[in-house]
Design a protein around this ligand. Structure first.
Ligand code: NA7
Length: 548
C-alpha cells in the first residue's frame, strides 16, 4: 500500500512517440519505477495519428531515426530516401519491441490533469479513463511532441455536413497494419482546408484521382521539391558504410539534419554564381535548399529577398495560370521563415482543370453547410471535406494537460503571455515536471529523433544525479528561467523566423488571444549551441536548478 509520501511511480512519462519511448526506456534502465501514458492505441506518437494519404517524412529516413541503436540501423530496411508514414510507424514499433517498452505504457488513455501535491511532494495524474482515482508520481515528463494538439477550424456548421469529414491528424486507421484506412477518393468531389505540410501532401496525392478538388488556402507556403525515390541496395549499403560521416554532419549541423549551410552570405555571391547554385540546390533532395543554402538566407533580409525571388520564379514557372501562381506565392513572409512543406508535383496539381484554389483572404469561409462549404462568394458542394488544419503547436500539447503547480498556479495562466522556461525543460513553480521537446528547447526546431535523443540522455543524467543523492525534488529558479527566456528571444531575434507569424512563433488564428501573437516558441540558436549550454549546466552542478 502506498503511504502519503510514497507515490505509485518514480516517473510518469506522457507520450509514446520517438522521445517518450526512449526516455522511459532510459529511466527504467536507471532502476526507476516508471509508467507511460499514451492516448493512442499503440506507440508512434505523431506517426500513429497522422495516417492520411501521402503522409511521409521530409527528413532523410536514415537520419530520422534513433541514432543510439546500431541494431535498428543495421536491421531495419528503409525502402525510400524519405520514408512513408507506414514505414516510419513500423520502424517505431520495431524499436518498441527492442526496448520491450509496451508493457510499461498504458495505452488508449489520455491525461486529464496534472496536479502538484506539495505536502506529499509528488504529482497526481488524473486520467480520462480511470474514474476518480489518479495515479501518483514523484516526477512527470511530458513527451507529447510539438504537434499533438489537433485543431479544427471554428467554422459555423462544421458538424452539419452530410458527407464524410476527415482531419489529417485523426485519420481512420487500418487496424490490420500501420497505415491509414484506404479511402477511395476516385471520382469524388473533395474539399481540402489548409496548405501546410499535411495539406500539401494530401493535395498532391489525391489531386490526380478525384473528380473535383477545391483547395482552401489561407497562408500560402514556400513548398520545395522533396526529391524522393526508392533506395537501392547499393545506396543502402553506402549509407551504412558512411554512417559515421552522416552522424558527424548531423552532430555539427544547426538543425540535426544531414545538411550544413554554406559559409558564405548570399548577398556577397555574384548573381550568376548564386543563380546556378540555387538551380542545382532546387533539384537536390530533402531540406538541402533550406538548410544547405548560404548561411544568411534567413538572417539577412536582403539575402532573404533574393532567395525568395528565386523560389517565386520557380512557382511561376510551374503553375500555368499566372493568377493561380500569384495566389500560391506567399506575400507576407520570405522563403524559409516558416516551416517549408516538401512536395512532389504539388504545384502541377493546380494546372489540372478539375482543381480550384480558393484564397481565403479574398473569399473567407462563412459556414459549412449540409452539402459543402459556403464562402463569401458561393457554395462549394462536396462528397468529402478534409481538414489539414494542423495543431495548436508546441504550446497546446502541454497546456491541454491542465497542469497546476505550486500554490495552485495553473501553467495556462503562467504562460498566458507566452511560455517561460529554463532550458525549455522546466518551469519555475512546477517542481519535478520536465517538458521533453517542449517550448524553448533545442529539440523542437530540430531533427526531433536526433535532437530529442541527446536531450533524453541529458535528462537521464539529471535523474541519475537526483537518484544518487537521494533528492526528491528538482525545480528551477525564477532567475534562471528569466535569463533563459530572454536568451531564447534574443537568439531567435537574430533570425527572420522570430518576426514571422507561424507555428514556430505561436501565432494561431484558432486560439483566442493568439491571433496576432508572434513570440519565439523554439530555441533557434542551433543544436550544437543548445547541447553545449546543457552540457555546461550539468558540469557546473546544474546551475539554475534547486534540489532537495
Ligand atoms: P500546419 O503547418 O499548421 O498547417 C495548417 C494549415 O491549416 C495552414 O495552412 C493553416 O493556415 C490552415 N488553417 C488552420 N486553421 C485554419 C482555419 N481556421 N481556416 C483556414 N485554414 C486554416 O499543419 P500541418 O498538419 O500541415 O503540418 C504541421 C507540421 O507537421 C509541419 O510543419 C511539419 O513539421 C509536419 P495558416 O498558415 O494558419 O494561415
Amino acid at each position: 500500500m502506498k503511504t502519503a509520501t510514497q507515490p505509485d511511480f518514480d516517473v510518469v512519462v506522457i507520450g509514446a512517440g520517438f522521445s517518450g519511448m526512449y526516455q522511459l526506456y532510459r529511466l527504467r534502465e536507471l532502476g526507476l519505477r516508471v509508467k507511460g501514458i499514451e492516448a493512442g492505441g499503440g506507440v508512434g506518437g505523431v506517426w500513429y495519428w497522422n495516417r492520411y494519404p501521402g503522409c511521409r517524412v521530409d527528413s532523410e529516413s536514415i537520419a530520422y531515426a534513433y541514432f543510439w541503436s546500431e541494431r535498428l540501423r543495421e536491421e531495419f530496411v528503409w525502402t525510400e530516401h524519405f520514408a512513408g508514414q507506414t514505414e516510419v510507424l513500423r520502424y517505431l514499433n520495431r524499436a518498441a519491441d527492442l526496448m520491450d517498452i509496451r508493457k510499461d505504457f498504458l495505452f488508449n488513455n489520455r491525461v486529464r490533469s496534472l496536479t502538484w501535491n506539495d505536502t506529499a511532494g509528488y504529482w497526481s495524474v488524473e486520467l480520462e479513463d480511470m474514474g476518480a482515482v489518479p495515479i501518483t508520481a514523484r516526477f512527470v515528463i511530458t513527451a507529447v511532441g510539438p504537434l499533438s494538439a489537433v485543431q479544427w477550424p471554428k467554422f459555423p456548421g462544421i458538424h452539419t455536413f452530410n458527407g464524410e469529414t476527415y482531419h489529417t491528424a485523426l485519420w481512420p486507421r487500418d487496424e490490420r497494419g500501420f497505415g491509414g484506412m484506404h479511402i477511395d477518393f476516385t471520382g469524388k468531389r473533395v474539399g481540402v482546408v489548409g496548405t501546410g505540410s499535411s495539406g500539401t501532401q494530401i493535395v498532391q496525392t489525391i489531386g490526380p484521382v478525384v473528380n473535383q478538388l477545391v483547395v482552401f488556402q489561407r497562408t500560402p507556403n514556400w513548398c520545395m521539391p522533396l526529391g524522393n525515390r526508392p533506395l537501392t541496395e547499393r545506396e543502402r549499403e553506402e549509407q551504412h558504410r558512411s554512417w559515421p560521416e552522416i552522424a558527424a554532419i548531423c552532430e555539427k549541423s544547426v538543425s540535426g539534419f544531414p545538411h550544413v549551410s554554406v559559409e558564405r552570405n548570399a548577398v556577397d555571391v555574384p548573381a550568376e554564381e548564386r543563380e546556378a547554385f540555387w538551380e542545382k540546390l532546387y533539384r537536390a533532395p530533402g531540406y538541402a535548399f533550406w538548410l544547405a543554402n548560404y548561411q544568411d538566407i534567413i538572417v539577412d533580409p536582403r539575402s532573404n529577398a533574393l532567395v525568395t525571388d528565386f523560389v517565386a520564379r520557380q512557382i511561376r514557372r510551374r503553375v500555368k495560370d499566372p493568377k493561380v501562381a500569384e495566389k500560391l506565392i506567399p506575400k507576407n513572409h520570405g522563403y524559409g521563415t516558416r516551416r517549408v512543406p516538401m512536395e512532389k508535383n504539388y504545384y502541377e496539381v493546380f494546372n489540372q482543370p478539375n482543381v480550384t484554389l480558393v484564397d481565403l483572404y479574398d473569399e473567407p469561409v462563412e459556414s459549412v453547410t449540409t452539402c459543402g462549404i459556403r464562402t463569401s462568394r458561393r457554395e462549394y458542394e462536396f462528397d468529402s471535406i478534409i481538414y489539414a488544419t494542423g495543431f495548436d503547436a508546441i504550446i497546446g500539447g502541454i497546456t491541454r494537460l491542465n497542469i497546476t503547480g505550486l500554490a495552485g498556479r495553473r501553467l495556462n495562466d503562467v504562460w498566458a503571455e507566452g511560455p517561460q522556461t529554463y532550458l525549455g525543460l522546466q518551469v519555475h513553480g512546477f517542481p519535478n515536471l520536465v517538458t521533453l521537446v517542449g517550448a524553448h528547447n533545442g529539440a523542437s526546431f530540430c531533427n526531433i529523433p536526433r535532437c530529442s535523443g541527446v536531450q533524453v540522455e541529458w535528462i537521464t543524467e539529471l535523474f541519475a544525479h537526483v537518484r544518487d543523492r537521494g533528492y526528491r525534488r528538482v525545480e528551477v529558479t525564477a532567475d534562471a528561467e528569466r535569463k533563459w527566456t530572454e536568451l531564447v528571444y534574443e537568439t531567435a531575434n537574430m533570425t527572420l523566423l522570430a518576426k514571422t507569424a507561424s507555428w514556430f512563433t505561436g501565432t494561431n488564428q484558432n486560439v483566442a488571444g493568439r491571433e496576432n501573437f508572434v513570440k519565439p516558441l523554439v530555441w533557434a540558436g542551433g543544436n550544437p549551441a543548445y547541447r553545449d549550454i546543457c552540457a555546461e549546466v550539468a558540469r557546473s552542478g546544474y546551475s539554475g536548478f534547486m534540489f532537495r
